[in-house]
Design a protein around this ligand. Structure first.
Ligand code: NAP
Length: 344
């Protein structure tokens, strides 16, 4: 049985990847920052397993911190595939960008070095569209694609999270090229990941839907989001290791693009009794607010931009037929409402 070391198994995406690996016959050594989180992962995936037998031997746990050396070499021992999803993904930017950059870059290198020493030949890294779209769209292009790289001096590329994912992915490709050419790397670069989580401990991305359903913003900024379903992202991680054509490739995970206002309008058609507000804020209002609010300032470089991202390579190489964005939005909202996150 192929053994996968999956870092970040306690994450929103990590739990979905754990589930799909187990359901497709892989043995998972799941890394968590603290072993107390292992019960959370088991509880999240168990109800969805096609076969619950021998789970103790098919899903085991190790404690690993991206910022600490301890445990990595034992964790990679006897492993066939490294799947590295762990990286900090906070809602708001920290004051010090190194709080994100250090664990993202050093953690990726720790994982890769330990994998190399253990003789692991196959690696899948969860990167992001953040490592792609921090540039002006080149002349003649209508969508961001895998040939593009974020420039960390561009206003989008300078943001802490964007920079952390760009530098981490760069470090991974450089490491493979210069230090470990016998290892094959694939990066999966998701856009905004939405869709029903497996439990109530989900990450930051669904907060966008929570925000809309709660009507938190009196008016919405002119932003467009490329969106992908968490099940497709997990599926791409698993398909990547089955498919030699993905070796050495970056693959964007993107189902489609929608404006913030259209997301709100669409959710309002499903939940007309909710507090959803879907008016668009004029650009000058957002610019004025950005003088007082760092999080609003961070969105200025994206204001009014099309931000279209191509998922064509995923379809071509992996045969992914993306779940439509409206289904993903509806299921995200349904989850939040059914689980009491939105008060009437
Ligand atoms: P998440 O739920 O916050 O998961 C992040 C995972 O990373 C958690 O398991 C977390 O562990 C772990 N982690 C963070 N810092 C760590 C550290 N210092 N040491 C060890 N583990 C650490 O976020 P997610 O949305 O699932 O994101 C997973 C991956 O997908 C990340 O690499 C993220 O950049 C990428 N991604 C996400 C999106 C999106 O829209 N969600 C889009 C593109 C790319 P704890 O549970 O202990 O905190």
């Amino acid at each position: 049985m192929t053994k996968v070391l999956l870092t970040g198994a306690s994450g929103y995406i990590g739990k979905h990847v754990t589930l799909q690996l187990l359901n497709q016959g892989y043995e998972v050594r799941a890394s968590v920052r603290n072993l107390s989180k292992s019960a959370e992962v088991i509880d999240a995936v168990s109800p969805h397993l096609v076969d619950n037998s021998n789970l103790d031997s098919r899903l085991t746990f190790v404690e690993l911190d991206l910022e600490k050396d301890s445990g990595w070499s034992d964790a990679l021992n006897g492993i066939d595939v490294l799947m590295h999803t762990a990286s900090p993904f906070p809602i708001a930017s920290p004051k010090d960008e190194n709080e994100l950059i250090r664990p993202a870059v050093d953690g990726t290198l720790r994982a890769l070095k330990a994998a190399q020493s253990a003789g692991v030949r196959r690696v899948v890294l969860t990167s992001s569209v953040a490592a792609v779209y921090g540039i002006e769209l080149p002349e003649g292009k209508t969508a961001f694609d895998e040939t593009m790289w974020t420039d960390t001096s561009h206003p989008i590329g300078q943001q802490a999270y964007t920079k952390s994912k760009t530098l981490a992915e760069r470090a991974a490709w450089d490491f493979i090229k210069n230090e470990a050419p016998s290892m094959a790397l694939t990066t999966i670069n998701p856009v905004l990941v939405l869709g029903a989580p497996l439990d109530n401990n989900f990450g930051s991305s669904i907060s966008l839907i929570e925000r809309v359903l709660k009507g938190k913003d009196p008016m919405l900024p002119d932003l467009r989001f490329s969106i992908v379903d968490v099940r497709d992202v997990a599926q791409m991680h698993v398909q990547a290791i089955k498919n030699d054509a993905t070796k050495g490739e970056r693959i964007l995970a993107s189902a489609g693009t929608m404006s913030f206002v259209d997301i709100a309008k669409y959710l309002n058609t499903i939940y007309p009794q909710s507090k959803i507000r879907s008016g668009q804020a004029p650009g000058f209002v957002i610019k004025a607010l950005s003088l007082f609010d760092g999080d609003i300032k961070a969105i200025l470089p994206m204001l009014g931009k099309a931000m279209v991202t191509s998922g064509a390579k995923a379809t071509r190489i992996l045969g992914i037929s993306f779940i439509p964005v409206d289904v993903t939005l509806r299921e995200s909202a349904d989850y939040l409402i059914k689980n009491g996150f939105i008060k009437k």
